[in-house]
Design a protein around this ligand. Sequence first.
Ligand code: GDP
Length: 314
Amino acid sequence: MISKRDDIRNVAIIAHVDHGKTTLVDGMLKQSGIFRQNQKVEERVLDSNALERERGITILAKNTAITYNGIKINIVDTPGHADFGGEVERVLKMVDGVLLLVDAFEGPMPQTRFVLKKALALDLPAIVVINKIDRPDARVKQVEDEVLELFIELGADDSQIDFPVVYASAKDGIAKYSMDEPSDNLKPLFDTIVNHIPAPAGDPEAPVQVLITTLDYDDYVGRIAIGRVFRGTIVSGKEYAICKKDGSISMTKVSNLYEFMGLKREEAREATIGDIVAVTGIQDIDIGETIADAENPEPVPYVNIDEPTLSMIF
Ligand code: GDP
């Protein structure tokens, strides 16, 4: 039976480099109360990868989670560069909506356009966040019009074009629904996410499907596969099938299961529809493959895209 996870929202952030993605997520983490007072949030949370620093672009998808009014919001970073087209698509399969973050002076840029196009094609609803409204040179109204034009140009449907707009200064940790209202926090942004991004739905009793969208590595536990539970309930310590890209199936045990909380992974005994999980114990798994029920192994349809650059990273 299909049920809804009202306690979860899965959202991806789309932004051109320097439009304030890292600052915004830092602010959301701080305000969601995950960090005790006095505890310093690690600077540049999302930009920890050396390769990214070198290139000045965000390449690998990262996961963060916060709780707001008892709802867990999983925030997934999207690579903004066209070279990583295949990865963008898979990352977007983890979420039920996107935050399109646009600098109030610069307006939409080529990278935002590229990822937004993919999000619209996948029928994801978008929330537009006009950031840096504190800039003296901010052109809020024009930028909003440019964003609307971009949606129209990219063929957004009526409901996608009807996007909510939140005005923000990530730097000051504030968000608001209209430019002339006061605000001293990001609550309007949290509320818009909760109200506008659909809760995940699926059948928690069906044979398990977890689509792996990201790989990570830890010296201690080895390969970490990250993905979203599409169907069923995955339990740590159990045997599962891996549906490989070449159509073959191998059996494996899932040693440990983690969910994201803040910047950390927390061990979980089981995870179900809509959860974004990290799984250890599977050395032989790749991006785009599915962890599936041992008796009824069925892959989540694989997004087939040329991606020569991915082999450079993994
Ligand atoms: P990212 O590349 O999208 O992750 O962008 P960052 O979060 O690293 O921000 C890029 C630059 O913009 C940094 O110098 C930030 O301090 C600055 N910035 C971020 N948000 C704001 C904002 O709301 N207002 C202003 N004035 N600057 C901001």
